[in-house]
Design a protein around this ligand. Structure first.
Ligand SMILES: [Zn+2]
Length: 307
């Protein structure tokens, strides 16, 4: 364990997508947004547990937070910021970017950033789209992020998946616009037999044995690149209320191994070097190529399309 951490591997990005147990995509068909204000919230206690875990391990990370959570839990956001972690945006109420148009996305970004900055008292420069929903369907999304002054986004899953993914996207950092320093840091994938495997966390980390994640992050670090890892506050909470009428597949995935998560996280944090996403983005921006979106979600070096 110590051997891996002591090696001179890259500093990986540690991130938490701050949303409550009832705000996940898996339950959107059975819990309406209009029901949210009446539901018993668990996000504050769960984030406090994560803060304690990070503090004990001596690591800093990034908390991509919903504006909806920020206006209801301002003291939590202040505690996160005061502990030295980065506050960043996860949008307003978890609407996926590909379900919005450019103007709606702009309002969502603006509202959520103001809510987070007001609550935490720090500036927001990073964004993660709900469910990694920036893809071939949203060619305007990076322009909107750049207009609003974001330094980085970590919103792309460069894989083919049933709910999300942009399979043409590169595995590592790129500048998606020719005229902006904005950098996109895709969530981590490993490669096996020529295929990309999702290896950045979430359900994959919780459901699969820890050895898979360790293998994947070692592989990425051996390529000389940092991994980007994410999880959610509800994933460390075995006592959260159950949603009985949700689809079976959603329930199976949502409730598997919740009790094992804290231990797995401690192991992961101990095995590798971790830090904030804004610092990772600044390092990666220096070597990131500029790749702009063409027809059908293809990406090409800036200027190649103009010819
Ligand atoms: Zn989310």
């Amino acid at each position: 364990m110590d051997e891996a951490r002591a090696s001179s591997g890259p500093v990986n990005g540690l991130s938490v997508d701050v949303e409550d147990w009832f705000q996940v995509g898996a339950f959107e068909t059975v819990i309406d947004r209009s029901d949210w204000p009446a539901i018993r919230t668990r996000v504050e206690r769960n984030c406090d547990e994560i803060l304690a875990l990070f503090d004990a391990a001596g690591v800093k990370g990034t908390f991509f937070t919903l504006g909806w959570v920020a206006v209801r839990h301002p003291r939590l956001l202040r505690r996160i910021a005061e502990a030295g972690h980065e506050m960043a945006s996860h949008g307003w109420d978890h609407e996926r970017v590909f379900r919005m148009d450019a103007a709606t996305f702009g309002r969502d970004l603006d509202m959520s950033r103001k809510a987070i900055e007001d609550a935490a008292g720090v500036k927001v420069s990073g964004y993660r789209a709900p469910s990694f929903s920036i893809d071939a369907r949203t060619p305007w999304a990076f322009d909107v992020l750049a207009e609003q002054g974001y330094a980085y986004s970590s919103s792309v899953a460069p894989i083919a998946h049933d709910h999300y993914g942009w399979r043409e996207a590169p595995r590592f950092a790129f500048h998606p616009l020719a005229d902006s320093p904005l950098v996109e840091i895709p969530v981590t994938t490993a490669t096996f037999a020529g295929r990309r495997l999702a290896a950045g966390g979430g359900g994959f980390f919780r459901v699969l044995p820890y050895g898979f994640s360790r293998w994947a992050i070692r592989q990425v670090n051996a390529e000389g690149r940092p991994a980007v890892f994410y999880f959610h506050p509800w994933e460390i909470d075995p006592d959260q209320p159950r949603v009985p009428n949700a689809p079976l597949r959603s329930r199976l995935r949502h409730y598997t191994n919740l009790g094992l998560m804290a231990g797995k996280l401690r192991q992961l944090i101990g095995d590798f070097a971790w830090g904030r996403m804004d610092e990772l983005a600044a390092r990666e921006a220096e070597r990131a190529p500029t790749l702009v979106m063409g027809p059908g979600g293809t990406l090409a070096p800036a200027g190649a399309l103009a010819a």
